[in-house]
Design a protein around this ligand. Sequence first.
Ligand SMILES: [Zn+2]
Length: 99
Amino acid sequence: MKAFAQSLQNVKAYICPVDFYRSELPAMPPPRGSGWRDGGLCPFHSDKQTGSFRVNLETGAFLCFSCGSKGGDIIAFIQQRDGLSFPDALQKLIDEWGI
Ligand SMILES: [Zn+2]
């Protein structure tokens, strides 16, 4: 479990939520500042109009006012979007970001 905790720490230290959401959310407007921002189209329902999906560029948390999807960090985002367990989502981030 020690290695697992270390990976989690590495992922959180290495992947900045701004970079993460810029690559995962092509419809997100260019982020200015930090905190809660417009995330563009929600990836959790068939969103046709921006405005209801918000991401927090400091913590990686996300929230959709339309479908109610929410999570506290980028790992939760991957888990819910891709239907993965926590360890699998963590591994996916490690692989994709070359950590
Ligand atoms: Zn949504």
